[in-house]
Design a protein around this ligand. Sequence first.
Ligand SMILES: N=CN[C@@H](CCC(=O)O)C(=O)O
Ligand SMILES: [Zn+2]
Length: 406
Amino acid sequence: MSLLITNIAELRTIDSEDTVLRDAALVVEGERIAWVGAAADAPAADDFVDAGGRTVLPGWVDSHSHMVFAGDRSAEFEARMAGEKYAAGGIRVTTEATRAVGDYDLTRLLLGRRAEAAAGGTTTLETKTGYGLTVDEEARHARLASTIADTVTYLGAHVVPAGWDADEYTRLVTGPMLDAVKPYVEWIDVFCETGAFNREQSLAVLEAGKAAGLGLRVHGNQLGEGPGVRLAVELGAASVDHVNHLSAQDFAALADSWSGYSVSDASTQNSSVVSLRGTVATVLPACDLSTREPLAPARELLDAGVVVAIASNYNPGTSFTSSVNYCVTTAVLQMRLTVAEALRAATHSGAIALGVERETGSIEVGKFADLHVLNAPSVVHLAYRPGMPLTYQTWKRGQMVHGPRA
Ligand SMILES: N=CN[C@@H](CCC(=O)O)C(=O)O
Ligand SMILES: [Zn+2]
């Protein structure tokens, strides 16, 4: 079954040349993109959709979220807006609230969050455990997460639970807890920060994950300079996220990790081409504003040659939003990215951070038809009209998952 989507005013492919097509069309065959080009040259198809002169771009790849939780922390947020500093300890409040909620209600929350993300243009979603902090709870959260997310990260090392010695808890995280979550997860992550896990504990967590065959991710340098970024690069982590406080050595380590990388090699469908890949620096603009941390230096990281991704960091403590539109707008208006850079960061670079850039994150023949239709004549409107409800339709693997049919 083929589907022609035509009358596209602007088609942003996010291919390696950042090709922009006007008066464009594309053809979807099953789950994948079969043809992209000028509307006037479009081939016949079994069915067609009129995009109504709107803009089409790849669906957002949200490579960092914490969706498995119950309750909210609005009082903590209000206190922060009155001058309190954010600290890792709030995680324990959410852990308690989540423990009290059964599978049925937690699943309903998760389904609602996934639908909200889709309504915001997200087509690929990573989510993490990390509000369980016992073997049974982490395994339960990983299992539930795997029913709604495209990929799941194990973050047992989110904070040390009350009453535990940090080294003893790290042994639990790297031993029985890891065994219990393993069937449901592809990644391991650690909050490497003062008040959470130190360098040695973080190293132990990442090495255990690697030995278990998981990919690595790190929460690093969020609240101050620390070892997170360099540890992530040394161990070949796919991404290090937050990156608000970076030393010159951190910049150099991230930049070095990308020397020799080519975006066209990374995107190609030709499996014989091997692309070097470094550690993606994932910035989380909504979190930076909500915690009143300095904005991550996304502009400087890009200028240094680092691949930068933008993600929502959806969680009840520091970023209670799945709106990647908002994050992209903020990256343009406040982090000084161009619109094209911000789009790439929230699509193709997010896909690199999740290791799925050959499948999604750009509109190219052979990739999944993961599409975001904007009710605007160009993508510039995302930043030019901040806060406006521009997401019109979201298509995941060739199926419309949000929006009106016509
Ligand atoms: N920084 C660590 N984890 C989350 C926040 C968790 C929380 O405060 O509940 C984050 O990415 O910001
Ligand atoms: Zn996070």
